[in-house]
Design a protein around this ligand. Structure first.
Ligand code: NAD
Length: 354
């Protein structure tokens, strides 16, 4: 087993980044060697103080606002980048990290299959990663698992696939301010409609990535992709840790999408997401129904928690990314994600303990 601990840097210490830190601190064989976040109230503060966590090590980790103060060439094994949703915005950070010869796991939704929206950047990221002998993966709960990788895995028992229907009815409450803003949580309905029409709101980011990931895995060319968004209006006041919606205002977004292949609708996505869904009488859940031979129907009720799910996907993929060949990877390129219960070091470089 590898002797030295897996050295991790976290860039972006919001809801996801701080959750990633807590999960890593509970696991054996990891070491957080640096954190970068530009929130003024965090800068130069100890991560243990921010997390309200007992420091069982001899070293402290102070949050830096500048990544150059955190990373030097090859100074860690992997960086968890949890700052952005879009490939274009994450790109300069990813490039900088790859050129400093560190592996990257990125929570940006578009990075789950960057080939869908930014094929040129995807190619460039792949080139830079290969040149520097490191690996980069975009992952999270969705995209990354519930509406794509799980579909791909379930299709493994099928001879023919005729139609794929995926539904994730979930809570936005675990997510941070970035997600609240992108979804328009708390806005008046007119403002929501105006901003959505002007592309100032993103709604769920990831359908295009999920649809193309499924298509790529199944060997199907997606020749048309469409998506729609409408506001979910709350009848009661709803308070979440990072968002508030007054009665009559927007509590979330109902998003739908369709992927076509050979002129026929093949993939249907349905994703109503809102803060505190129980206050609107909504039961959360994850559902996959694939028509074909044999038909496959999956139901998970309630939903897999989006916050913990994303944090866990990022941490659990660390050994797979470190072990991978260099380049840009997606969830369909790497081994099956699994929990890390034992010491992570036994999962590195294929030296398992069985
Ligand atoms: P958040 O707003 O709580 O945290 C983002 C943090 O990044 C903030 O603390 C901010 O100060 C910091 N930051 C931003 N730019 C920075 C920079 N240049 N340098 C240093 N710090 C910087 O958001 P979150 O809920 O933690 O989510 C992070 C990102 O991950 C979001 O864009 C979100 O949409 C995405 N996400 C994806 C999935 C998925 O399933 N794929 C799930 C959850 C979140």
């Amino acid at each position: 087993m590898r002797k030295d601990k897996v050295k991790v840097v976290i860039w972006g210490f919001g809801a996801m980044g701080s959750g990633i830190a807590k999960m890593i601190l509970k696991k054996e064989g990891f070491e957080i060697v640096g954190v970068c976040d530009q929130r003024p109230s965090y800068v130069e503060k100890s991560i243990y103080k921010i997390l309200n966590w007992e420091n069982k090590t001899n070293d402290d980790v102070l949050i830096k606002s500048n990544i150059e103060d955190v990373i030097t060439m090859s100074s860690c094994d992997i960086v968890l980048l949890a700052t952005d949703s879009f490939t274009e915005k994450a790109f300069p950070k990813i490039k900088w990290l790859l050129e400093h010869r560190v592996n990257v796991i990125c929570t940006a939704e578009e990075m789950a299959f960057s080939q869908a929206n930014s094929p040129k950047l995807a190619e460039e990221i792949d080139r830079i990663a290969r040149r520097n002998h490191v690996t980069v993966l975009g992952t999270g709960i969705n995209p990354g698992m519930m509406m794509d990788l799980l579909v791909v895995a379930l299709s493994g028992v099928m001879e023919e696939v005729d139609e794929i229907n995926v539904s994730r009815i979930n809570s936005l409450s675990p997510f941070g301010p970035t997600v609240m803003e992108e979804q328009g949580v708390g806005l008046e309905v007119d403002e929501f409609n105006f901003k959505m029409a002007n592309k100032e709101l993103a709604g769920h980011v990831g359908f295009n990535e999920s649809v193309h990931m499924i298509g790529s895995a199944l060997g199907i060319k997606i020749d048309k992709f469409e998506q729609q968004a409408s506001p979910i209006i709350t009848k009661v006041d709803r308070q979440a840790p990072h968002g508030f919606a007054k009665a009559g205002n927007v509590a979330g977004v109902n998003m739908t999408a369709q992927g076509y292949a050979n002129g026929k609708k093949l993939i249907n996505m349905n994703h109503p997401q809102q803060i505190e869904p129980q206050l609107g009488g909504v039961d959360t859940g994850d559902y996959i129904n694939i028509k074909g031979i044999p038909p496959v129907n999956m139901a998970i009720n309630p939903e897999v928690n989006g916050g913990i799910g994303t944090i866990a996907m990022c941490v659990n993929m660390i050994p797979h990314v470190i072990n991978a060949r260099s380049g840009l990877k997606t969830m369909i390129d790497l081994p099956v994600p699994h929990a890390i219960i034992g010491d992570v070091r036994q999962m590195i470089e294929g030296k398992r303990s069985w």
